[in-house]
Design a protein around this ligand. Sequence first.
Ligand code: SF4
Length: 390
Amino acid sequence: MALTRLERLKFRLLADGVRIDPSAARAWHEQFEGPMTLAEYATTSGVSLVLPGELYVNAPQGEDADLPAFRHGSDGYVVTTSDGDVPLTVVPVPAFQDRTVRDRDDDTLQPMTNYGVTHTDRCRVSPIGGCAWRCKFCDLPYEFQYRKKRQEHLLEVIEAAAVDPQAPARHVLVSGGTPRAPIPDRPGRPGSDDEAWIDGVYGYLAEHSPLPVDVMLPPRKDLNHPFRLRELGINMLSINLEVSDPARTKQIAPAKARVGREHTLDYIERAVEAFDVGFVQSLVVFGAAIEPMESTLQGVQDLVDRGAIPVLSAFRPHASTPMRDAPPASLEEMVEIYERTLEICERADNGVRPGPRCIACHHNTVTLPDASGFYSGPDDDLTLRPCRVC
Ligand code: SF4
């Protein structure tokens, strides 16, 4: 299939970014509170723009004169390319970004964004600061020390996000870092089980959140674990393959390599049994700096074969990681991987398409809405499904 001009523009903005004209910055600051981006993670560090046809894109900011220009004129916001102006709308950062939470442990005031951030319509909260793992393409373990956060503070942010006057959230993603593996009791030294602790946080948030709760987590040893997560009331799971080739995984995501590709795929398969096709997704990070395209596509094939939604996440280097100087995924790589992933999905014919399903969450992924009915727009119920539990 050939991409339309606007679809190609979305991928171009995702790959190369935009140059922000002072007219756009001025209009944005008159209209909204806060900065244009919270720039808190490599793949969400840009400005959130919406091209016609519900094409959401997180466009990194650049200075190059050849980049498309994000401007504001008499007809509103536009992006200007050599083909002319394309009108667009924008998604601001949430107003809660300048609010604080009183920490119940040390009575200090902490920015709400230490606990959660909304991008487009999804509030992402992180029960763990930092991560027990150290993937070389991810900034979390290099920027933040490992620490567990109180579930009550996460809920406070979700409640604020749900009624945010500037960027109200419709759903929640409880995301990484990865909890430390359980440590058994030893004489004179009590053990700990951060996996059990975080499962408790998932359950608490699923029970008390005013919004549906999705969870992103690495596979556990126990292949029955996804069934327990489903019983907690979690809406969707994201279990990320990220790197497909085992040798390359060992180099750039060594902890993930110790879990093993086969076990990860087995866990994903059980998750699909527990949650249904359409409710389990898996990010694959692509780009020449990560691994060869054919290897990534083998991962996509293995996910689709198991009924999991492949989410194509373009590698964007972060300055604080060991891969800071590696090249980002290119526009050509984006187009090729998207088209070939679509072919894999069409051949499998099991209802899976490139994810995520929420159209607003397409903003930092290589995905496009279509007429298949697979994707959820702003007025769709994100929890609609046959009940598997009752
Ligand atoms: S497991 Fe996830 S959060 Fe942790 S370092 Fe790897 S990519 Fe980052």
